[in-house]
Design a protein around this ligand. Structure first.
Ligand code: LMR
Length: 392
């Protein structure tokens, strides 16, 4: 049986995460995998989530099955968080999923079932798992221009040019906020232009919203999704709670579809349930149950939001420190780092230079130069910048 298999291509993020753990150097620096870290280098459990887990432990009476779409209460609260109160609820259906990845895969399978010949247009570059994940559903992929490596922003004109020739009916994968790996986002005026283009051309937006709250704020980061939902007849959103609730390993997410009518939403929603049943039968409950308690309790929700605001502000402070340190050491302009949002920034480095940073300086970043800014702190920002300046 297994002799017919060929070795799988390793995932660079998981490979580097494992290599960092093995590294015995005391001064090693991890800016690889996208998890938020505090000043002490830890990834703490959010206080409101911990409290919700205690409540859950005290109050939960049963762990019997809920069904393939998960907990309806969690789904409704997540719909509110993502789409806001003004959303056309009658046209939206939600499935609770194992993380944002589960949501993406569920939606990709739904697209593949509805339109098997659709091409998914993905930004260049995009999160390393997007390609294998979407291709697993049998969809064809094509890159559209996105990142301006020299200036650290978006190549907006090139992006518009590429999407303007996409085939009607095709899917456009968009990062709702905090683009991974670049941190370069569209501004609201650009989102409106892309929205109108997709509407005119009959393109289907698939928005990956994995960092809501870590860019400009919970409401602000949902702005692009909400705008698209107000103009598009159909779209899909994959939301993750991994980062904003810090429930990474608990696997909490939601897949949303917006259909052209309530009747069409019923059909697509039922299909989501069927596909989920075939993949994981029912989504894991624990993390989503805790998130639900946080979202429905006014006090816990306010505490969670305050802690999330603190994470975002700390990342912005780290961005400012890093940009000034890099600019000082290299005599080049790194102010783009402060204009980017979320955890990531793509620094101008070759694959070979990234490798040398790992081997010679114990600095772990991705081969394309992506760093997790949230992995920096007062101790390691200067050594990181020095290692970068001396290696590039
Ligand atoms: C990342 O991009 O580092 C995170 O989303 C973690 C992952 O699963 O790749």
């Amino acid at each position: 049986m297994f002799e017919t298999l060929t070795p799988a291509k390793p995932d660079p993020i998981l490979t580097i995460m494992a290599a960092f753990r093995e590294d015995k150097r005391a001064d090693k620096i991890d800016v690889s995998v996208g998890v938020y870290k505090d000043e002490a280098g830890g990834t703490p459990i959010v206080a409101a989530v911990r409290e919700a887990e205690l409540l859950l432990h005290a109050q939960q009476q049963t762990k019997t099955y809920l069904g393939p779409l998960g907990d309806v209460g969690f789904n409704d609260l997540m719909r509110g968080l993502v789409f806001g109160q003004q959303a056309d609820k009658a046209r939206i259906r939600t499935a609770q999923t194992p993380g944002g990845c589960g949501a993406l895969r569920l939606l990709a399978d739904l697209v593949a079932a509805a339109r098997p010949d659709a091409t998914v247009h993905i930004p260049d570059p995009t999160w390393v798992n997007h390609e294998p994940l979407l291709a697993s559903s049998g969809l064809k992929l094509k890159s559209y221009s996105y990142f301006d490596r020299a200036g650290g922003g978006v190549r907006f004109d090139a992006m518009v040019r590429d999407l303007a020739v996409a085939k009607p009916g095709d899917v456009v994968l968009l990062h709702g906020c905090c683009h991974n790996p670049t941190g370069a986002d569209l501004d609201m005026a650009q989102w409106k232009t892309i929205g109108t283009l997709m509407l005119d051309r009959g393109l289907f937006p698939l928005v990956d919203l994995a960092y809501q709250g870590l860019g400009f704020g919970l409401e602000e980061d949902a702005g692009p999704v909400r705008h698209l939902a107000s103009i598009m007849p159909e779209m899909a959103v994959a939301a993750s709670c991994s980062k904003n609730f810090a429930v990474y390993r608990d696997r909490v997410g939601a897949a949303f579809i917006l259909a052209s009518s309530a009747a069409a939403a019923d059909v697509a929603g039922a299909k989501l349930a069927t596909i989920g049943r075939g993949m994981w039968s029912m989504p894991p409950d624990h993390g989503a149950a805790a998130v639900k308690i946080v979202l429905e309790d006014e006090g816990l929700r306010a505490n969670w939001k305050a802690e999330l605001d603190g994470m975002r502000e700390r990342i912005q402070m780290l961005r400012a420190n890093l940009a000034s340190e890099l600019t000082r050491l290299t005599n080049s302009d790194f102010s783009f780092v402060t204009r980017q949002t979320g955890m990531f920034s793509c620094l101008p480095l070759t694959d070979g230079q990234a490798q040398r940073l790992r081997d010679e300086r114990g600095v772990y970043l991705l081969p394309d130069g992506r760093i997790n800014v949230a992995g920096l702190n007062a101790q390691n920002t200067a050594p990181f910048a020095k290692a970068f300046a001396e290696t590039r």
